[in-house]
Design a protein around this ligand. Structure first.
Ligand SMILES: *Cc1c(COP(=O)(O)O)cnc(C)c1O
Length: 381
């Protein structure tokens, strides 16, 4: 029940166990073509969505090395661990980075952002659509509108790693320039494949960028894909499984996947509050929920207890939030029973740790069951 890696649907596990095929074969070429087409309907873009054999952070780095030169001016919104990571990557690339710090659990103030982007002509602005470490969303659509109104050449980089497939993020309609995502989140695959798409504006910038990376070279990927290949060896099993997963996440099914995450997030918030856990975030995400652990309970111990005694894995908080929050994910193959079991066991674990909690585990389980009644269950294909 973490915000990634997530549970895999049965059909993904089955595809991953199939015999390996070579990536330069007509059979794989067909799969790659199908995946490329479907990825566009998940990112909601006319642009090509490229894949790297890397974790999500690889796509974050690819975004930088493909569209920015050392010395370029960057505004990095930093509201948690992933914002820090992207800021640090840009610094390492030699960009001149201005940090716009946002208190953890809050989304950026558009007024403050406007002041910053009017002060300096930035080459790019970095934002997390969902800052997974705090389970908080930023208003990406409004940020994009603000940037387009204020400066025509500034690129908007969106880390959509826990956003695509779980909340609306239409790349073309919102005019986003660089969008990245990763396989172990809403894409319901193991860790190790990342995605990146560039807008026309970002491709134009790419033409003036001095390539510094051989591996994360999108010009190379573009050329390869025109020949029905990826630039380097393809992660065949993942891409084959992705072809099936995208039937759940692309086209008309995208909104169903998003609704499912939203529903699970709603239920998690109301169940958490019923149990006496407050919602940490002021702008809570539909992909992950951060619940504040009651003061008399240590969140680290609670998380351990939930895993060792009840076999349920949730995430804790990092840095200043360590021991203070637990994070429950709403991505992947999460059934209604998983939700019921999570709250049943969370209640039991909290009681084990001396929390005199009001609802009994049975009452919590019933509450979650009732809250999910009537919503569409996630099914194996
Ligand atoms: C998971 C995640 C990443 C990428 O992490 P990797 O471990 O490199 O896959 C980046 N940004 C956000 C917001 C994430 O949730």
């Amino acid at each position: 029940m973490t915000p990634g890696p997530v549970p895999l649907p049965p059909e993904v596990r089955e595809i991953l166990s199939q015999a390996m095929i070579h990536h330069r074969t007509p059979e794989f070429e067909r799969v790659l073509k199908s995946v490329s087409q479907k990825l566009k309907t998940t990112f909601l873009t006319e642009q090509t969505v490229f894949m790297h054999a890397s974790t999500g952070s690889g796509a974050m780095e690819s975004a930088i090395v493909n569209t920015l030169n050392p010395g370029d001016k960057i505004l990095a919104l930093v509201s948690g661990k992933f914002g820090e990571r992207w800021r640090d990557m840009a610094r390492r690339h030699g960009c001149s980075v201005t940090e716009l710090g946002v208190p953890w659990g809050e989304s950026v103030s558009l007024e403050q952002l406007e002041i910053e982007i009017k002060k300096t002509s930035f080459d790019a602005v970095f934002v997390q659509a969902c800052e997974t470490s705090t389970a908080t969303v930023h208003p990406v659509r409004q940020i994009a509108e603000l940037i387009r109104r204020t400066s025509s050449n500034t690129l908007l980089f969106v880390d959509a790693i826990t956003a695509i497939g779980a909340m609306p993020l239409p790349m073309d309609e919102w005019d986003l320039d660089v969008v990245v995502s990763g396989s172990q989140k809403a894409f319901m695959l193991p860790t190790g494949l990342s995605f990146i798409a560039l807008s026309e504006r970002a491709w134009k910038k790419n033409a003036s960028v001095v390539p510094t990376s051989m591996y994360f070279d999108l010009r190379g990927e573009k050329k390869a894909l025109e020949k029905g290949e990826t630039h380097f060896s393809s992660v065949v099993p993942f891409i084959r499984a992705l072809d099936t997963v995208l039937d759940r996440l692309g086209g008309t099914n995208l909104s169903r996947a998003i609704e499912r995450s939203q529903r699970l997030a709603d239920v998690t918030r109301s169940a958490g509050e019923k149990l006496g856990f407050q919602i940490f975030s002021k702008a809570p995400s539909s992909s992950v929920t951060a619940l504040v652990v009651p003061a008399h309970i240590d969140g680290v111990v609670l998380r351990d207890r939930l895993e060792s005694e009840y076999n349920i894995t949730v995430m804790g908080g990092q840095d200043q939030l360590k021991g203070k929050i637990i994070r429950i994910g709403h991505l992947g193959f999460i059934t209604n029973d998983d939700m019921v079991g999570t709250f049943d066991c969370l209640t039991r674990a909290a009681i084990d740790l001396g929390g005199a909690l009001n609802p009994t585990p049975e009452a919590m389980a019933q509450f979650v069951k009732d809250a999910l009644a009537g919503s569409e269950e996630i099914k194996a294909i």
